[in-house]
Design a protein around this ligand. Sequence first.
Ligand code: COS
Length: 366
Amino acid sequence: MRRVQKFVDAHVGGRADRWDKTGKFPVEAWRSLSKSGLAGLPIPRKYGGAGEDVLSYVQAVEEISKASAAFGVTLAVHVSLVSQPLLWFGTEQQKMHYLKPLALGRQLGSFCLTEPGAGSDVSAMESRATQKGDSYLINGHKYFIVNAPMAGTYLVFAMTDKSLGHRGISCFIVDRNIPGVRIGRVFDKMGIRSSQVSEVFFDDVRVPAENMLGRPGDGFKIAMETLDCGRISIAAQAVGIAQASLEAAIQYAKTRVQFSRPIGDLQAIRWMLADMATEIEAARLLTYRAAYLTGKSKKHTKEASMAKLFAASTAVHAARQALQIHGGYGYMTDLPLERYYRDAKITEIYEGTSEIQRLVISNELL
Ligand code: COS
């Protein structure tokens, strides 16, 4: 964790508000992160990673997100949604060729699942991959794709047999520079503004059959198992935002004087802080437990969804309360409170909305 803290202090802290205002991707910070060996924290050394456990990686996402949630999600998507599935489902050749540059941070990864008409309902996807001899031709339109404009390696989900529904989805590793891969609109967003999110078009993109991850029809399960891990990293991002909000609120409560005393002496403020701190601890423990179970290769679908559901609502609540404690000062863009509030909201939406998390949890219970 010292390495992560050092990186955050040197390359993220103090810059996040500027990144948020310009909406530009911090290329230099990504390079520095890669040089620090953080781009492949939980990936084995053999494949260019740091060989640390999933819990250490999740704590890194939390710490980075505390300073910049936008930069936190860049790393979370790169590792959890691209590098980890390559590690679990990839052939040795795929790992050497694609995972290694990702783990070393030489390439950024992006996960192309969502489409304009297929968000929560993954099986409704329209993208097709048609086998032509020893290659596949991919045609499709992916939407709201995090990291896409900066990425060099995409995991792309497409129907290889539409008649089979979710069992007809396959997953492909696609190089950015293959003809037919095109970045569409880069979205302007409410929060996590310096992370880059865009459309991606695949027009007759020819990939060798050996670029399929897993077997034909494995795509849906690969996506679900990947999201089981991705959701833990988003929970960590949420805990980071919540912690930043709490620390700002505590500091302000100690120094802001109204009615001749610090507002932290007022019971209304004290109770807010106590509730925030308790919820954050609970969210953190749920997140760490889910990460620990991943590290032990235990099934953790329910635990990941519980962590994301609870941490996301904790982040939104903590950011709102921290802004409220700051009053008018919190509403102004001089302070990062309004950024925390904007950034927190997305954690209730991406990698499965809070409603989808409840669906997953109840499916596991029943
Ligand atoms: N791990 C492994 N397999 C899983 C799984 C998981 N977490 N979840 C489901 N499966 C399997 C099921 O066991 C089932 O297997 P069979 O084909 O052998 O029957 C199959 O996948 C289909 O499962 P299910 O019927 O539950 O699928 P649904 O179409 O009803 O979808 C939800 C389930 C809604 C939970 C799923 O589509 C989902 O998570 N949607 C949200 C997607 C998302 O997070 N999008 C964000 C994009 S990334 S920013």
